[in-house]
Design a protein around this ligand. Structure first.
Ligand code: NAD
Length: 247
């Protein structure tokens, strides 16, 4: 591992524009399970079933069943950022990371102090009123405390929707996320199986033009073959700490 550490530190020092891409795997050490891992919801329930429910059409047609499911499986426990989140925030402060493009909806990068965060799937701590004239925003405690399964807007009575990208919806920050990734000189992907599009597509596009892609992930990803360095680790927080200590 020390050879890999040396190589990555060297690449970070030389790179003028390092962008980090993160997925669910960066938050498992903080206590939020990923979807495809051993305890993940896809493994337990099957990906097709989940996709059929966490879906904008299903939400509109059957908000009661949507929320029964969403409350059980998608309202994450209140956790603090893990070491990995703090290390990435420190890398930004020290000038070694320009931005984080994340698929995560847990807001943990922002909580850890990262400033340049581009979330493409939204923020699960926020809920928005779906009434077009209203669109009032609520935090998740309002929804957790709501006595009914479907949470309603206290101003207009509209149904609230989690401010996350459901299947069938456009991702947020499409242009910004793609540009940041394609402009990077060094791209470091952490904790993503790289199976979720379009973000995985931006990474693929980057890897066809540029060589400097590093993947830190427990288990294989769809783009391992395109990485100059693949680190297969489940102790991402400790690994990033060692990097930061050498920068
Ligand atoms: P994924 O579940 O497809 O892949 C996560 C990867 O991280 C897996 O390959 C897993 O082996 C790896 N991993 C797990 N623990 C790790 C660790 N400690 N260090 C390094 N790697 C680790 O996740 P994805 O590609 O991000 O896509 C899943 C989708 O699920 C995204 O759309 C995302 O929005 C959503 N999601 C988000 C959260 C969150 O916000 N924390 C959690 C679950 C799912």
């Amino acid at each position: 591992m020390s050879k890999e550490l040396d190589l990555l530190v060297d690449m970070l020092v030389k790179s003028k524009n390092t962008v980090i891409v993160t997925g669910a795997g960066i938050s498992t050490e903080a206590g939020i399970p990923d979807f495809r891992g051993e305890n993940g919801v896809y493994r337990k329930l099957g990906e097709n079933r989940v996709m059929g429910i966490i879906n904008i059409d299903f939400f509109r047609q059957n908000p009661h069943d949507f929320y029964s499911f969403y409350r059980q499986y998608f309202m994450f426990p209140a956790v603090e950022p893990g070491k990995a989140h703090y290390m990435l925030a420190e890398m930004e402060t020290k000038g070694y990371a320009k931005a984080i493009v994340t698929q995560n909806i847990d807001n943990l990068h922002q909580k850890a102090g990262s400033k340049q965060v581009i979330p493409v799937h939204g923020n699960c701590e926020r809920f928005i009123c779906t009434a077009r004239h209203c669109q009032k925003s609520y935090d998740s405690s309002y929804v957790k405390d709501s006595p009914e399964i479907i949470p309603y807007c206290s101003s207009c009575g509209g149904i609230l929707k989690p401010d996350v990208v459901l299947f069938g919806e456009q991702i947020y920050n499409y242009i910004d996320a793609r540009e940041r990734i394609l402009e990077a000189r060094l791209l470091i992907v952490i904790g993503s199986s790289l199976t979720v599009y379009p973000l995985a597509g931006f990474v693929k596009e980057f890897s066809t033009f540029t060589q400097d892609m590093v993947i830190i992930n427990k288990g294989r990803t769809q783009l391992d073959h395109a990485a100059v360095l693949k680190i297969d680790s489940g102790n991402t927080g400790d690994f990033l700490e060692q990097i930061v200590q050498r920068l």
